[in-house]
Every structure is written in C-alpha cells, then in structure tokens.
Design a protein around this ligand. Structure first.
Ligand SMILES: [Zn+2]
Length: 458
C-alpha cells in the first residue's frame, strides 16, 4: 500500500487509567503500543471479554512501555486471539510482565474456581480471562531491548525506549515512522523519587501521546511523606492496631519497604512485625539485584532492608497471619484492592477501628480502593459483604506518577510544535485539566480521544 496516512486506533486508556492499547497502522505495518487490561468499573472490565475492533492476527509487533497490569495484562488474550509477533520491552519490563501475568492468571483461575464453588458468578461456569497455560504461550514472544538506542524493530520502523522513572524498567517510547516522530509517554514517574532516577524528556514529538493520571493535581515530594507515615504508624500501633498498605507488588511495595526500614533504623517507629505479603515478593529482591542500573538502591541496602521483613509467599501463611491481631505493618497487593492478598487480611481485620488502611497509589474509579476512600462502610470480598470500620488515609506524594506540574515539565524540552497531541490514561477531569495546562504553558492544542475511535495522521 502506498497510502501515506497513518491511522491510530484508541483501544484503551481513553477517559480512564486502565486498558492502555494504541494501535498504529501505517497501512503496511501495524504496531500495538501497550496491551493493558481494563480494571475498575464493571463496564470497563467487561471490555476485556470483547474482541478488540481490529484484526489481532494482523498486528506485527507489540511495544511495552512498562510492566504494570494496565499496560501488559491483556497480552495472553491477544495471543489467544491470534497474535504471533514479537513483544518488545526492556528486560526489567519483561521480567515484571512475566511475574504479573502469572500472578494475574493464578488470581483469575482461583476466582473462577471460587465463584463456581460458591455460585456467585453470573456466568456459569465462571471462566478465567486466561490461565497459566495461556501465559506460558505468551512468554516466548517476549524480546528484551536495551534502553536509549534506536532499534530497527520492523522493516522501516525504528523505535527507542527511554527511561521515564515510573517503575523498574519503565520507559516512554519514540517511534520514527515515515519521517514523523511518535512519542508515547507511558506512565511518567516523579522528578524526586526515593527509589528511581528522574525521567528523561523527549526533544522532539510530531505526534504525542501523553498520560494524564494526575492532571490538575499536585503531589508533594516523596521525602515529605515520611513524617506523615511516621505519625500514622505510631498512632496506629499505639492504639493497638495494625497498618495495612495495599500496594502494587513490584516497585511501589519496595518503596514502602524502604520507607518503613528507614523509619525503623532511625528509631522513629516501634519495632513491630513488618510483612511483605506477595507471591511475587520472593522474586523481587532478585529483580532489584538484576536491575542495578535502573534504581538508586545499593545491593547491601537491598539485603539489609529485606532482612527486616517477613516476606510471605505461601497462601497458607497468609491465612495464618490474617487472624493474628497483634499490631503489625502489612504491605500486600493489589494496589487498588481489585484482587490480591490484601483482601484476605481485610476480610478478617476490616472491622477493627484501631486498624489503618493506607493508600499510597492511584485508586481508579470503580475499584474497591476508590470506594473505601470515598467512605464506603462495607466491602465485597469474594462475593461476600464485609463491614469496614478501619481508618482510611491516602498519601498522594508516594504515587509512582508525575503530578500536573511534572507532566507539563516533561514536555518542556520538545523543540518543535507537535502536530497532534493526544491526552490519554486519565479520567475526564484530569485529562481536561492537562489539556488546559498544555494550552496555557505552550499554546499547544491537545485532543482527548474516545474509546475505539480512529484518528488519521496526515
Ligand atoms: Zn504504570
């Protein structure tokens, strides 16, 4: 085909923060950027069961910005639907994706099984979106790429993966197509992160896709959260309660470990049992050693930090610990309480008003996390309603996401005026706030695309 137009299909993360998927179709090449799962609102989750409105078997390659579920969680479905091309990402991104996909498949298998046993699913029999076998069929398509280098990923298509400080291995992606520079921000990290380096910034963008998770919102620096956490731990432990921290298991959980360890070392918090409960937890230390260039932690710090934690991987241990009511600190997944071990703890501990639930990451619309933050007094765990009486606290400065100012600054090195700017990965208000901010700062017009729309690039 000699048609010079490039079509962009918005297949996810439009008006929401989950389901990231953008298909770039040049006519003879089809490249999918990210392949995330929809999470949160039921109407969104149901979209995971729909066949995307493109021919999956025709997609030539998938490029991943980072390993989070909302950017990689759909991959096994894509392979099931006939995708057979390479899946590119940095090595830590692919390692994290592997861990997350296996965990996701296990959780889905368990939930389907439990739903069938207890009969609470509307589908009968309840089925997982994908299982461990589907994940196993997906991994062979993974192809690790080095960061900061232009790579010929397909004929006539060059891509570069650039450090963006969101999680281990996270990058933004630059794509050169027919003389135009496409830039996909991925999720942008913080400028001053305790664990990661500041994001690199693009110098050129003809077509820019920018995330807007925290558009219109401002975070404090991470270090400023430390006294807040110190106070919260002390208050909770002094009244005989425990502190529960739902967290993405990879990287944010390690940041929380680092913070609790530092506070403990400085004798600022009492010596109580600290638990990192995650089936992925055991792999994490190893991952940190292997990804030395991607974060600020020295190997010995990593070891010392871990020595203060009970790292739980077996489900049996979780079931024992969740009925232990001694004051403690528990870090467990999932970050937005959409699943994971934290639910097992909340089922038995949520009724105790001395306990504290601390949110340290973004809570998307429709998730249990968002509902509790908004004041819900009960939560649904495995089909059962459980009364909820814990204190709920949110500390925003610990998010792995850039705030409004950092998003605007991230575009500050772009020398040309982009032809098109698409604001993605944000709820309506945040996307609109960023749109306004871009106009005010740079005078650039930006668009907020809708799900399943196609935009033509001249
Ligand atoms: Zn992310």
């Amino acid at each position: 085909m000699t048609n010079n137009k490039i079509n962009i299909h918005f297949l996810g993360a439009t008006g929401t923060v989950t389901g990231s998927k953008y298909l770039v179709d040049t006519g003879d090449r089809k490249i999918l950027i990210d392949c995330g799962l929809f999470q949160g609102l039921k109407e969104l989750r149901l979209k995971n069961w729909e066949y995307p409105p493109v021919n999956v078997a025709d997609i030539d390659a998938v490029l991943l910005t980072h390993g989070h579920m909302d950017h990689t969680g759909y991959l096994p479905r894509l392979v099931k639907q006939g995708f057979k091309g390479p899946i590119y990402g940095t090595n830590p991104t692919l390692d994290i994706a592997k861990i997350i996909l296996n965990d996701s498949a296990k959780i889905q298998e368990q939930e389907a099984e439990r739903a069938n046993k207890e009969g609470y699913s509307k589908h009968s029999p309840a089925e997982p979106l994908y299982d461990l076998n589907d994940v196993e069929k997906t991994i062979p398509y993974f192809k690790g790429v080095p960061p900061s280098q232009w790579l010929p990923i397909l004929k006539d298509v060059k891509a570069r993966f650039q450090y963006n400080g969101h999680i281990l291995g996270a990058t933004y992606i630059e794509l050169d197509l027919r003389g135009k520079r496409f830039v996909f921000s991925g999720d942008i990290g913080r400028t001053n992160d305790l664990l990661l380096f500041p994001p690199l910034k693009p110098k050129k963008a003809d077509v820019l896709f920018i995330e807007s998770t925290y558009g219109g919102r401002f975070h404090r620096d991470e270090v400023e959260a430390l006294p807040q956490i110190e106070k919260l731990v002390n208050e909770t432990i002094n009244r005989g309660g425990s502190l529960f921290v739902p967290s993405f298991s990879v990287e944010r959980a390690q940041l929380m470990m680092l913070i609790f360890w530092r506070l403990l070392k400085e004798n600022k918090i009492p010596k109580v049992q600290m638990i990192m409960d995650s089936p992925m937890g055991a792999n994490v230390l190893e991952l940190f050693h292997r990804t030395r260039d991607w974060h600020r932690l020295e190997d010995n710090e990593c070891d010392e930090m871990c020595s203060h934690f009970t790292v739980v991987s077996s489900y049996r241990e979780t079931m024992e610990l969740r009925t232990d009511y001694k004051p403690k600190i528990v870090i467990a997944g999932s970050g937005m309480l959409t699943g994971g071990r934290m639910l097992n703890y909340l089922e038995t501990q949520a009724q105790n008003p001395n306990n504290t639930l601390l949110f340290v990451g973004y809570q998307a619309e429709g998730t249990r996390g968002r509902k509790l933050l908004e004041g819900d007094k009960e939560l649904k765990v495995y089909g059962k309603w459980v009364p909820f009486d814990m204190e709920v606290v949110e500390i925003e400065g610990l998010s792995a996401h850039a705030d409004h100012r950092e998003l605007i600054d991230w575009m500050g090195k772009i020398k040309n005026t982009p032809e098109r700017i698409f604001i993605v990965h944000g709820e309506k208000e945040s996307a609109e706030a960023l749109q306004k901010g871009i106009k005010e700062t740079y005078g650039w017009d930006a668009e907020i695309p809708q799900l399943y729309t196609i935009e033509e690039i001249e």
